[in-house]
Design a binder for this molecule. Structure first.
Ligand code: PLP
Length: 390
């Protein structure tokens, strides 16, 4: 009997080592990792520079406290400001916590404007985490079932629909912010239209609403730019990060620009572990390796290769509804539930994922080689075709 709480339906495999885009299980079988721990291991597995940075830092100091100066945290905030054009960061330990910080920041912003019950607009099929607040922001009936009445302070609209936001804001003067994913990950790899984002950004400016992007999954190079919002050139007020930021060590960030960056003051928010020296060293090295190995460019060209390979092989194929994605964040939507494909791919030595029941999701590491991109196609395409004919 397992003594683990039964929170996951796990695949019957355990990995004991990795290298680059490959993992080996306890039987010595090798797998090509097209999921990267759900968009976490952008540098793949056991990247020598990351391993060294973590080991070196562990040998110096792992944790001190946020009641002292933490120079590596300062350095990481400076680096994030430089690559995002935003101003200030708060560091925490996960995506949900990064969004908790963003939610609290937006509520404080509203309260300071005299709004008693500050409310945030969120999207259908959004994913923002599983804490009580982020669960209320997340648009999943399945994830919230049984956990009581969701906390108030959120109003939900359809994704990619500006009119819905405008009429919501007209009816609810308590709205202070809009929070959305530039590409919905758990929601099925759905992309926000550029024109929609531009119009939404302008609308938020006009009405004094915070424009907040959850880039926990699409940020940190995955789409071919550091951040998803950079494809639109619109600077958000708040951005949240986590998954890819630390290459597997737990770190999240709430990044803010302009006036939004000045809202938190000493005592407003905090964390014991957040932004400790070990995780900041890992995140700084992650960003340095991404730059030195030109991984943004790689994410975009590998993404093009894989997406066009999928399109050539599967577009118009009966049962394939749509192939979507940006850079190394891709989805193939089928016309039927396809969770069974995960175990079939595993059997063939390929790690993938299915989200929203019908969307095959690929989030490979950014260090993927060209021949490995071809290998993903080589295994996945016949599997999908066979699946659709049975
Ligand atoms: C994974 C995810 C989260 C939650 O992150 P955790 O680290 O699991 O708390 C939040 N937002 C998005 C967009 C995500 O993909």
């Amino acid at each position: 009997m397992s003594h683990l709480m039964n929170t996951y339906g796990r695949q019957a495999v355990a990995f004991e080592k990795g290298e680059g885009a490959w993992l080996w299980d306890t039987q010595g079988k090798r797998y090509l990792d097209a999921l990267a721990g759900i968009a976490v291991n952008g540098l793949g597995h056991a990247h020598p520079r990351l391993v060294r940075a973590i080991a070196d830092q562990a040998g110096k100091v792992i944790h001190t406290s946020n009641i002292y100066q933490v120079p590596l945290q300062e350095a990481l905030a400076t680096r994030l400001a430089a690559i995002s054009g935003m101003d200030k960061s708060f560091f925490c330990n996960s995506g949900a916590e990064a969004n908790e910080a963003a939610i609290k920041l937006a509520r404080l912003y509203g309260t300071q404007k005299g709004i008693e019950e500050p409310t945030i607009i969120v999207m259908e099929k959004a994913w923002h985490g599983r804490t009580i607040a982020t669960l209320a922001a997340t648009g999943s009936a399945k994830a919230s079932a049984g956990f009581g009445k969701p906390i108030s302070g959120f109003l939900r609209v359809p994704y990619n629909n500006l009119e819905a936001i405008k009429s919501m804001v007209d009816q609810h003067p308590e709205i202070v912010a809009v929070l959305f994913e530039p590409i919905q990950g758990e929601g099925g790899i759905r992309l926000a239209d550029v024109e929609y984002q531009q119009a939404l950004h302008a609308f938020c400016r006009e009405r004094g609403l915070l424009y907040m992007v959850d880039e926990v999954q699409c940020g940190i190079g995955r789409t071919g730019k550091w951040f998803g919002f950079q494809h639109t050139g619109l600077l958000p007020d708040v951005m949240t990060l986590a998954k890819g930021l630390g290459s597997g060590v737990p770190i999240g960030a709430c990044v803010a620009a302009g006036a939004a960056a000045e809202i938190f003051q000493p005592g407003s928010h905090g964390t014991t572990f957040g932004g400790g020296p070990l995780v900041c060293a890992a995140a700084l090295e992650t960003l340095a390796v991404m730059e030195d190995e030109h991984l943004l460019h790689r994410a975009s060209s590998l993404g093009d290769t894989i997406k066009s390979g999928l399109e050539t092989a599967l577009s118009g194929h009966p049962g394939v509804k749509e192939i979507r994605g940006h850079g190394l964040m891709m989805g193939v939507e089928l016309d039927r539930p396809c969770a069974a494909l995960v175990a079939q791919a595993l059997e063939q030595g390929l790690l993938i994922n299915v989200t929203q029941d019908t969307v095959v999701r690929l989030l490979p590491p950014l260090i993927l080689k060209d021949e490995e991109a071809e290998q993903i196609l080589h295994i996945l395409v016949p599997l999908i075709k066979a699946f659709l004919t049975t």
